[in-house]
Ligand binder design. Sequence first.
Ligand SMILES: NC(=O)c1ccc[n+]([C@@H]2O[C@H](COP(=O)([O-])OP(=O)(O)OC[C@H]3O[C@@H](n4cnc5c(N)ncnc54)[C@H](OP(=O)(O)O)[C@@H]3O)[C@@H](O)[C@H]2O)c1
Length: 318
Amino acid sequence: MPNSALQSPPWDVHRLPRADGRTVLVTGGNAGIGYFAAEQLAGTGATVVLGSRDRAKAQAAIASIGARVPGARLRHLPLDLADPASVGTAPQGLGRLGLERLDAVVLNAGIALDHPPRRTGPDGHELMFATNHLGHFALTAHLAPLLRATPGSRIVTTGSFAAKSERLDLADLQSARDYKPKRAYARSKLAQMLFAVELDRRLRAAGSASLSVLVHPGGALDALTPARPPLHTPGTGERLGHLPLGLVVQGKDAAARPAVRAVLDPGVRGGPVLWSPRVFGLRGEPRPEPLWEHLADPATAAWLWEASCELTGHQPQF
Ligand SMILES: NC(=O)c1ccc[n+]([C@@H]2O[C@H](COP(=O)([O-])OP(=O)(O)OC[C@H]3O[C@@H](n4cnc5c(N)ncnc54)[C@H](OP(=O)(O)O)[C@@H]3O)[C@@H](O)[C@H]2O)c1
C-alpha cells in the first residue's frame, strides 16, 4: 500500500531544529524517557513543561536540565494522571504558569506493575489502564481548547512494542475478571495506541490543523542510560553487566528520540504511521513504519474511543 506518510526526510538527532517561542508539555518529564525528551527539547529553545505528580522530582529534573542546557525554559505542572481531579486542573495549571499556547503534548508518563494484586486508582479503574490510557485520554480532552488554538499543534502518544502481540478484551477492558500484570500493561499501551490512531483519523476528517503522532521508544533500559545525578546514577557494575544488551536495546536518552522527532520534525504528518527506532523497532534512530495491522482496525478504535468517553466523562474535541 503506498503511504506518503512513510517517506521520511533526513533527520539528525544531534542537530535538532530550533523551537524558540514554542511550548511543549511532557507528561512524566521528571524521569526516564520523559526526562530525556524534556532535556532534548529544552535544547531547542522551546519552553518545556514537566507534567509530574512529584514536586521534588520535578524540581530535581529542572535543575539537572538547567545545568546542561544554558538558558533552558522549564516549568513544572503538577499532574497525577491516575487522579481525574488532578488531570482536570491541567489547563488552569498551565494558565497559572503564564502559558497561553501549547504546541505539543507528549503523552509519555506510564506505569508497569509487575505483581498482583490488581490495583485501582481514585476513580476505581485498573491503575495501569487509568494512568496510561484514561488519564492521557482525559488530559487530551482538557487540553483540546488550548491545542486547537495553537496552529499546527501535536499530540504525541507513546506506545510500546509490548502492544504488538496483544489484543484488547472488549468484554473485560480493565482486567476485572482475569488480571495478569504484564498483559494488563500491554493492553493499556495498546489502548493508548488505538486512541492515537483514532484521534488522527478524527483530526484529518475534521480538517484540523492539529496532528496526532504515534511513537514508540523501542526497548530502553536504565542501565544503558547516561547518568543524571541525583535523578539517575547507574553503578559501574550495572552498566558493564548490561553492555551486551546494547546490541538489542538502548538507553532512555536514545529512546526519547522518536517523541522528540514527532514534536519537532516539520516533515511529520498525520496518517497511518508509527514512529519507532530503526533497528527491529527496538533501538536506533527514529523512522516511520506502517501501522501494525491490529492498530489499523477502525471498529475497535472507535469502540474504545466511546468507552473511554464514558469512563472519563470527557471527549477530546478538535
Ligand atoms: N522503557 C521501555 O523500554 C519502554 C518501552 C516501551 C514503552 N515505554 C513507555 O515509555 C514511557 C516512559 O517509560 P520509562 O521507561 O521512561 O518509565 P519510567 O522511567 O518508569 O518513568 C515513568 C514516568 O511516568 C511517571 N508517572 C507514572 N505514573 C504517573 C502518574 N500517575 N501521574 C503522572 N506521572 C506518572 C513517573 O513519575 P514518578 O517518578 O512520579 O513515578 C515517571 O516520570 C511509558 O509510557 C512506557 O510505557 C517504555
